[in-house]
Ligand binder design. Structure first.
Ligand code: C2E
Ligand code: MG
Ligand code: MG
Ligand code: MG
Length: 276
């Protein structure tokens, strides 16, 4: 009967939910050990200066090499790390490791590190950034902190103060995924960002998307008049590169140039990068 079939479907649903919950629980437990077991890795993706055509910066992108799961992408475990608070020690490790790796690169190549809004709830944030700079010995101006607008959404007063404290250390502050939030423009007034990085969703439908093109043009103009470095992520085609180049963007990042790669591979790539 339909009723029996319905019950069967429900049981299946319950079983699936149960399995998913179990997998999530397992992942939480495993992630707790990942850091001490040395399973976390930083991959790096270059940002190319559209003026010099050289690598101007490399973004650190976290990966989890899990024995059971293989190489896990950040979208799959960072939410769990945030939920459990593990993002605080993981984020501190990331800052230290990224700065240490950057210390081996030419001094004109910057290092970008993503910070989670949850890290702004930690009292140790500013100290952790200062420690990473000090122990690696890099010029603080080479470190670029990437935040999303979520950092300014909640606890905005407190977080603005923290951003200013970070800025006082000499690091640069970048607004990541620009344009995806509700009031990205307003944030440009509340904090003097050093860099804006246009979200790849605006690049994805170029050259066809009229609206995206209008937005990309507007951001280029805005960055220029505010004296903010303009970057785009997600450049995958020559057409897209030509558009952002002619609109005057300072930098670009995307699969057209390079995928995220290991620390030793990025070192090779930086070495091969043509001189100015
Ligand atoms: P994000 O900071 O916006 O980083 C850019 C993401 O776009 C990276 O994905 C990168 O691989 C991808 N990407 C770059 N170029 C292209 C392209 O041309 N096409 C496409 N389709 N994608 C491109 P990834 O490495 O999976 O990272 C995803 C997100 O995870 C990051 O987005 C960032 O929000 C977060 N994340 C990564 N590492 C960290 C970290 O150390 N700490 C924190 N809090 N978040 C991190
Ligand atoms: Mg980023
Ligand atoms: Mg981004
Ligand atoms: Mg993103």
């Amino acid at each position: 009967s339909a009723k029996a079939a319905g019950r069967g479907t429900y049981r299946q649903f319950e079983a699936t939910m149960g399995a998913q919950l179990h997998a999530h629980q397992q992942m939480k437990l495993a992630l707790r050990e990942a850091l001490s077991r040395g399973e976390l890795e930083l991959h790096y993706q270059p940002l190319i200066s559209l003026h010099s055509k050289k690598v101007s910066c490399c973004e650190a992108l976290l990966r989890w090499r899990s024995p059971e799961r293989g190489l896990v992408a950040p979208d799959h475990f960072i939410p769990i790390a945030e939920e459990t608070g593990l993002i605080v020690p993981i984020g501190e490790w990331t800052l230290e490791q990224a700065c240490r790796d950057a210390a081996g690169w030419p001094a004109d190549v910057a290092i970008a590190v993503n910070l989670s809004p949850v890290q702004f709830k930690s009292k140790r944030l500013v100290g952790a950034v200062a420690t990473a700079i000090k122990s690696s010995g890099i010029d603080p101006a080479r470190l670029q902190i990437e935040i999303t607008e979520t950092v300014l959404l909640d606890e905005s007063e407190h977080n603005l103060e923290l951003l200013q404290e970070l800025r006082n250390l000499g690091v640069k502050i970048a607004m990541d995924d620009f344009g995806t939030g509700y009031s990205s423009l307003g944030y440009l007034r509340s904090f003097p960002f050093d860099k804006i990085k246009v979200d790849r969703s605006f690049i994805h439908d170029l050259p066809r998307g009229k609206e995206s093109l209008a937005i990309v043009k507007a951001v280029a103009g805005l960055g220029h008049s505010l004296g903010i470095t303009t970057t785009v992520e997600g450049i995958e085609t020559e057409d897209q590169l030509n558009i952002v180049s002619s609109e005057g963007f300072d930098e670009a990042q995307g699969f057209l140039f390079a995928l995220p790669m290991s620390a030793s591979e990025i070192m090779e790539l930086i070495r091969q990068s043509p001189p100015p």
